[in-house]
Design a protein around this ligand. Sequence first.
Ligand SMILES: Cc1ncc(COP(=O)(O)O)c(C=O)c1O
Length: 344
Amino acid sequence: MQPCFASDNYAGVHPRVLAALAAANDGPAPAYGADELTGAARQRFKDILGSEAEVFFVFLGTAANVLALSAMTRPHHAVLAAATAHINVDECGAPERHLGCKLMCVDTPDGKLTPELLQPFLLHLGNEHHNQPRVVSITQATELGTVYTPDEIRSLAGFAHDHGLLLHMDGARLGNAAAALGCGLRELTSGAGVDALSFGGTKNGLMFGEAVVFFRPELAQDFAFIRKQGMQLCSKMRFIAAQFLALLEHDLWRANASQANAMARLLAERVAGVPGVQITQAVQTNAVFASLAPGVIARLQRRFAFYVWNHEQNVVRWMTSFATTGAEVEAFAAAVRQEALADK
Ligand SMILES: Cc1ncc(COP(=O)(O)O)c(C=O)c1O
């Protein structure tokens, strides 16, 4: 198969995760999360993120976001997010439909919210004519591949809490951010004031599975019901739990994320200086954003899978995964160079 730079979702399953799935397939076990593996995986999350962490497994990242936000909002509320946020552009309106509340979208240069960018959205706090901002939702790593440092998260959490808001993190690629920053998972979440987390597994080597984690007991209180109504209560939950146990064991999550990040760095290095190729975002995790001539994009897309991120500006996203190899990057970078030079 051709090397693929479309999404980390295109990657297969890490062999250790697949082995854990096979090992979990050992006769019957209690359903709906009452099994030993689910108990062990939830405990493992507590060991890593803090004893206050209440963990609920779900199938999908969209569901993790929507259901976590459901536990945090009422229909007269608003969720503040970057305009580029997955909850805004890639969830087909699921948050608006299921929460019934408004998303308020903040323009950012790099996918990152700051207190200064959020401040104007709080103008009508307390005014019954306006949706009331209740949650700040940040994505770590962002949809543009950039990362929030622990200090930046702490400052957003402080800002949110000072105004009576909560902080949600879409951590579909939290592992990539932690690997890039050389941080622990706790440092970037509970330790930095995050109230609720969508913890990604699928993009980092699982077959399927995400976790919703609450760091405040009151948010977790009704979540079992919210998850069931949200159609994400997995009857054979041990198979999600087994995958997470494998991902968390010996920090496989970090090794996978580090590989993905290193491959994006390598790709950025290899295409830097190719005529007509402009890298448009800091390459901090596992994505390279670049602008190219439309003809070059079209020819490359006949040979490799990747997305055009911004059609007006001819910006593409090249994404790597734990399964991307150095040889694949070299082959792709050589093709970028060849097609770009052919255009000159
Ligand atoms: C930032 C972000 N959040 C969440 C998701 C989860 O999406 P899905 O519902 O496809 O698992 C994705 C997947 O692309 C993502 O990029």
